[in-house]
Design a protein around this ligand. Structure first.
Ligand code: NAD
Length: 509
């Protein structure tokens, strides 16, 4: 682990950049009130959330915290907007144009949004700009284009009838999202839901509400009619639960933990049987076979796959399953990568691993580390908190060797920069271990052999299987899980299935 502590001369440019960003952040005044019916309003009971940046423990904003009555107001506004037809009945070309305008506004404000994201939840600014904002803009453009390009169907019912199968919007969609990719995850839901003609209430995570509120403001500027996109920050058990239980919400799309995902299924059952889709956690395996093309490349992908975004990635490659014959060599390379990975201030351009989102989460991650040691795993690098004097939440990139598939560290999602290394002796054992958790979000297979790659990718139960790469993606492919990683897919045209229902119209000729 390399921590940024000493401002060496060659680092002067990086430090200047950090100061520039810090200064720029202090000039920003993002919206901090609820966005309901196109207006910014306080919570009815005046409650606020203090936003503490995990970068340095300082308070950066006081954000209105919506409660159940505010969710009621937001849902009523979304319902009025839907029933008025001012969005759902708009010509699809006009919906496309509005969403494209929003994409352009997000692009124009990309640096500002990336800065808000980085300081709010701790990810490196460089990544926020290069990944989160780039994908957010692509997502808006993709679904804007879909608005007037997806056709309905005519069923082959014979000459006596005409049966059309048309996609209709569901109505009011509730979205509850996590803090690890706050804007990007929100837009993975907002863009297809709005393109399909729905109206929405979004509840961002309490740890990262700033970009969602700014997005709502930009949406109004782009011409999204009042009431079509409402944003209500607030606590999960109050605002999140109120949205999940609301009798006038037609569908609820959630990304977050399995524990809360289960609650949303119960909320739906207890209220109006609203349609629920869940994107939950993961424990993704990277399977490295003895004929893997190039172990240097593999080592970089393994390190990137677990340390990117501080390991706070649902699809993080947190289990390295490696054939015993190449294990020692690969482990050494991965450990070198871990030592080279710079941990530090998210605003410093050298930083690869920023701050974990909050103290509570840092304690959770360190608890997993202690559990691994108790179970007999050996930390070959990392394992502790660093840079505590900054007031921020920093943890070293950590690699555990000697992990048994039955250990807690091999089964539970850590959501931090912690890798477990597990050796195997043959392909069947690798697949068995890969499939031995409750999750099934993603996996990777590294091999030169095409048949092995195909066989393994069929045998591993996961929504995405990468071959000879990790984390590569595009808005055109679906993303989501098998097993307890949830159901329903974000991204691609398949996401539209979550936000539309099929209507059959049977006409006797
Ligand atoms: P979380 O489940 O605690 O919170 C997610 C959201 O749910 C937040 O907005 C929160 O306010 C809300 N919430 C919390 N308690 C609630 C309750 N009782 N009722 C209603 N809403 C409630 O998850 P987190 O800690 O913010 O995020 C980390 C988790 O998200 C990890 O498990 C990770 O794997 C998962 N995740 C999954 C994906 C995916 O696409 N599969 C993507 C990102 C994150």
């Amino acid at each position: 682990m390399t921590a940024i502590t000493d401002p060496a001369p060659e680092a002067a440019a990086a430090l200047t950049r950090r100061e520039e960003l810090q200064k720029r952040f202090s000039t920003l005044s993002p919206p901090t009130r609820l966005h309901i019916d196109g207006r910014q309003v306080d919570a009815l009971d005046g409650a606020v959330l203090e936003r503490v940046s995990p970068r340095d423990g300082r308070v950066i904003a006081r954000v209105a915290a919506g409660g159940a009555p505010d969710i009621d107001r937001a849902v009523a506004s979304a319902r009025r907007a839907f029933d008025s037809g001012r969005w759902s009945d708009l010509h699809p070309r006009r919906r496309r144009a509005v969403l494209q305008r929003l994409a352009r506004l997000v692009e124009e404000h990309a640096e500002e949004l990336a800065l808000l994201e980085s300081v709010d939840m701790g990810k490196p600014y460089t990544d926020a700009l290069a990944v989160d904002l780039r994908v957010t803009v692509q997502t808006l453009d993709f679904y804007a284009e879909a608005a007037d390009k997806v056709y309905d169907e005519v069923a082959p019912t014979g000459p006596e009838t005409l049966a059309t199968v048309t996609r209709e919007p569901l109505g009011v969609v509730g979205a509850v999202v996590p803090w690890n990719f706050p804007l990007m995850m929100a837009v993975w839901k907002i863009a297809p839901a709005l393109a399909a003609g729905n109206t929405m209430v979004l509840k961002p995570a309490e740890q990262s509400p700033l970009t969602a509120l700014r997005l709502a403001e930009l949406a109004t500027e782009a011409g999204v009619p009042d009431g079509v996109l409402n944003v209500v920050p607030g606590l999960g058990p109050t605002a999140g639960a109120a949205l999940g239980r609301h009798p006038d919400v037609d569908a609820l799309t959630f990304t977050g933990s399995g524990e809360v995902g289960r609650l949303f299924l119960a909320y739906s059952a207890e209220s109006n049987i609203k349609q629920v889709s869940l994107e939950l956690g993961g424990k993704s395996p990277q399977i490295v076979l003895p004929d893997a093309p190039d172990l240097d490349v593999v080592a970089r992908a393994v390190a990137g796959g677990i340390f990117f975004n501080q390991g706070e990635v649902c699809s993080a490659g947190s289990r390295l399953l490696v054939h015993r014959s190449v294990k020692d060599e690969l482990l050494e390379l991965v450990v070198e990568e871990a030592r080279r990975t710079v941990v530090g201030d998210p605003l410093d351009p050298r930083t690869r691993v920023g701050a974990l989102v909050e103290e509570r989460h840092l304690e959770r991650v360190l608890g997993h580390v202690r559990g691994a040691v108790e179970d007999g795993a050996r930390a070959v690098v990392g394992g502790g908190r660093v840079l505590a004097d900054t007031g921020g939440c920093y943890v070293e990139p950590t690699v555990f060797d000697g992990v048994d598939p039955a250990m807690r560290i091999a089964r539970q999602e850590v959501f931090g920069p912690v890798l477990s290394v597990i050796a195997f002796d043959d392909d069947e054992e690798a697949v068995r271990i890969a499939n031995s958790t409750d999750y099934g979000l993603a996996a990777a297979v590294w091999t030169r052999d095409l048949s092995t790659a195909h066989r393994m990718s069929r045998a591993v139960r996961a929504g995405t299987v990468w071959v000879n790469c990790f984390d590569d993606s595009d808005i055109t492919v679906p993303f989501g899980g098998y097993g307890q990683s949830g159901f329903g897919r974000d991204k691609s045209l398949h996401a539209l299935d979550k936000y539309t229902q099929l209507k059959t119209t049977w006409i006797k000729l």
